[in-house]
Design a protein around this ligand. Sequence first.
Ligand SMILES: Nc1nc2c(ncn2[C@@H]2O[C@H](COP(=O)(O)OP(=O)(O)OP(=O)(O)O)[C@@H](O)[C@H]2O)c(=O)[nH]1
Ligand SMILES: [Mg+2]
Length: 280
Amino acid sequence: MQIQWYPGHMAKGKKLLLEQLKLVDIVIEVLDARIPISSANPDVHKLIGNKPRVVILNKEDLADPGCTKEWISWFKNRGIIAQGFDSTAHKGAVNLVKTVVNVSKSKMTRKKFLLPRATRAIVVGIPNVGKSTLINTLVRKKTAKTGNKPGVTKGKQWVRILSDLELLDTPGLLWPKFESLDVGFHLAVTGAIKDQVFDLVEVAIWLLNKLKTDYPNILSQKYKFFTLDQSSAELLELFGQKRGFLQAGGSTDLEKSALALLHDFRNGKLGRITLEKPLN
Ligand SMILES: Nc1nc2c(ncn2[C@@H]2O[C@H](COP(=O)(O)OP(=O)(O)OP(=O)(O)O)[C@@H](O)[C@H]2O)c(=O)[nH]1
Ligand SMILES: [Mg+2]
């Protein structure tokens, strides 16, 4: 898969992040619950170093609940506090704030004689993972700009949650070289990379192959015209025909079909699906 996923502003974003990390007590790393490993930016991990960190497995409403539970234990076994979260709902917000403040206080190295002040946290993560939505949910109002495409947050933004937590929103960051093709596919399918920079049909076919293996019943349940003996290319074509994506001359518009399939996945129309499962 040929994609240009590392625009110049992301290199600048990394520099800015290094500066901002000096200002905060704790990092809230927002991961995508459907791809907890692929959505973790190794460059950001290096910058975070030993700073206290809480992991949010965001978009848990779109992920397979059993897998999210397994992922939370997976992180726990590695000494990392992780919590599933749906940033579009308010449920669990108070608990989340408490967890962040408590973890930060338990690791506080600030001198005791300094006056107590609000905990300062920075919210980091890949584009479109829900950082700004999470902040808005915690504040209970729309202060941070959000949108269902990567690259919505540009500058930096401090937001105060009650009196004991201040949050800093940051622009989504990717890294220059993915470890494997699958990482690229995961990021493309979930919407972290702009649709314009990858081959939609290739990514949609990858998704169909993946679903056929990991969730074999989902496709035929959601799209009654699907059967598992068809190839993924045939399935995509059939899907496009059923949706009426025809080009002049009567052939199927595969790009449009691919995009519609990806939207169905991203909006949860295919059900709750986790693409990446913990190995142990
Ligand atoms: N279903 C679901 N959608 C979510 C959740 N969190 C965020 N979203 C949606 O994901 C999209 C991206 O959200 P943003 O908050 O703008 O993401 P961001 O990480 O700030 O993105 P950038 O600023 O581009 O880096 C929006 O359409 C949100 O409504 C969630 O927990 N569940
Ligand atoms: Mg944002």
